[in-house]
Design a protein around this ligand. Structure first.
Ligand SMILES: Cc1cc2nc3c(=O)[nH]c(=O)nc-3n(C[C@H](O)[C@H](O)[C@H](O)COP(=O)(O)OP(=O)(O)OC[C@H]3O[C@@H](n4cnc5c(N)ncnc54)[C@H](O)[C@@H]3O)c2cc1C
Length: 451
């Protein structure tokens, strides 16, 4: 087929989701792939250079491919002559990044074009497809466009005073930026806002750089992610046991957990059913889940490698890390330090902590209108996408086809990954994203074959 008649799929975002979709499309053939990213190949999670940042999923569950579940484990073993990686090992995240690079290099051919940079707009062409505009002034054209842009930066927590501190270089809004821990005094305290996986990551990274100062982690409930069990116990749910509302979901989890000391296996057993369960719940029930269950679900479902959990326990026991439930009130800036004012949960006494840096670990901003990604804003302004009813991301059909302001699902504009939380709820980690990427690749090839 002459090059100009081959349909083009542009993928914005070259993290795990975009890269894996590109790999599937290249393997299937029949389309040209333009992969656009600010950093190519590894995305936010697997770009880390910190050896102590471990995957939070065991190696045997991290294959990029549904039909070869041990692909990652086998690859790890092929890299490591001593074969020391086991099915239940939690390997460094940067090793997973190397695996993704290897997979892409293997699939790569002349139909893949890398474009390094930020896409800022996409305008529909009259005959179908899009003209993409890049931040550096470049242009790209495509027949179909996939947004695989991952998580947005966290929002600045609301405060009663001192919001101007959010413009100070000692405040880090993007916990993943390379300079987040730069120029720290190794002994002066640091505040991490949030107590989830990102907070844990920053504690691990701080210690790996020789930081010995105290760390305060502040979040509304002060809940820490749980640990994976040292050994998993096989447990399954049958489809007829699945709950039809949030109350029965909670009852089911409580009952099952009481019967099984290894409650993690109970949560894991729900995972293959989660998407179906989520989609079967009425909107009000999903809202109820978000309001009452979400914070507890997050810490039980998104767990830590046991070795990382042990480090956190040790930090807490030594009091070098303090995890507090409370509300941030505001900041008073001083020349070399920042006084952080906060209210302990259930108390009226104002606490004041003096720190040298504040890092926002509160998790991604999901509300479309507050995400500062020009591409999303411009697509929204053109009426090509809208938020999902629960404001978890964008509204989409079950294929990831974006639903526009006229409620029409698109067969030209798609999303993949975190943006689809409203549709799938579980749309964050490799075991779900690999299913989405494969399904979307099949659909895109079918759509282009029909043309
Ligand atoms: C620190 C961390 C650790 C994690 N650990 C695990 C784990 O152990 N196991 C697991 O299964 N999951 C883990 N996850 C979940 C993780 O989200 C997924 O595994 C996966 O990496 C998500 O990939 P993604 O491509 O969807 O998003 P991302 O990796 O965020 O990639 C999206 C990319 O798109 C780029 N982008 C955004 N907008 C534009 C634009 N307009 N133009 C160009 N590029 C753009 C971004 O810069 C980014 O590089 C982790 C997540 C994080 C943050």
């Amino acid at each position: 087929m002459p090059a100009q008649s081959i349909p083009t799929v542009a993928i914005v975002g070259a993290g795990f989701s975009g890269t894996l979709l590109a790999i599937h499309l290249l393997r299937r053939g029949g389309v040209r792939v333009v992969l656009i990213g600010e950093r190519l190949g590894r995305g936010v999670a697997y770009s880390t250079t910190c050896n102590e940042h471990l995957l939070n999923v065991p190696a045997a569950k991290m294959s990029a491919f549904v039909d070869t579940p041990l692909d990652f484990l086998d690859w790890c073993r092929s890299q490591n002559q001593e074969n020391s990686v086991e099915a239940h090992s939690f390997v460094p995240r940067k090793q997973y990044g190397a695996y993704l690079e290897y997979l892409l290099a293997e699939a790569k051919n002349e139909r893949l074009e890398y474009v390094q940079g930020q896409a800022i707009n996409a305008m529909p062409r009259s005959g179908g497809g899009f003209d993409l505009q890049m931040a550096d002034g470049g242009q790209q054209s495509c027949d179909r466009l996939v947004l695989a842009i991952g998580n947005a930066l966290p929002a600045n927590p609301s405060v009663q005073f001192g919001a101007s501190f959010y413009d100070d270089p000692r405040y880090i809004r993007n916990p993943w930026c390379a300079s987040a821990l730069a120029d720290l005094d190794a002994t002066e305290p640091v505040l991490l806002i949030g107590s989830g996986l990102t907070m844990v990551d920053k504690v691990i990274e701080l210690r790996s750089t020789g930081f010995t100062g105290s760390i305060l982690a502040l979040s509304r409930r002060g809940l820490l992610p749980a640990s994976h069990p040292l050994q998993s116990a096989p447990f399954t749910f049958s489809a007829d046991q699945l709950p039809s509302n949030v109350r029965s979901l909670c009852q089911l989890l409580r009952r099952s957990a009481a019967q099984h000391t290894n409650w993690q296996s109970v949560i894991d057993a729900l995972r293959p059913h989660t998407v179906k369960l989520w989609q079967s719940l009425p909107l009000d029930e999903r809202r109820r889940f978000l309001r009452h269950v979400r914070p507890y679900w997050e810490v039980m479902r998104h767990r830590l490698a046991p070795s990382i959990h042990a480090v956190m326990e040790c930090e807490l026991a030594n009091k070098s890390l303090s995890v507090q439930a409370g509300r941030l009130l505001g900041f008073r800036e001083r020349s070399s330090t920042i006084a952080v004012h906060w209210l302990k949960r259930g108390s009226q006494n104002i606490e004041i902590e003096t720190v040298q840096r504040v890092i926002n670990c509160t998790g991604p901003q999901c509300r479309l209108e507050k995400i500062d990604n020009p591409l999303l804003t411009n697509l929204h302004d053109q009426g090509l996408l809208r938020p999902d009813p629960l404001y978890l991301g964008v509204d989409a059909d079950t294929n990831g086809g974006l639903i526009d302001l006229q409620s029409q699902p698109s067969d030209q504009l798609f999303a993949l990954g975190c943006l689809l939380r409203g549709q799938f709820w579980e749309s964050t980690a490799v075991p779900e994203l690999r299913v989405q990427a494969e399904k979307l690749a099949t659909l895109l090839c079918q759509l282009h074959a029909q043309k």
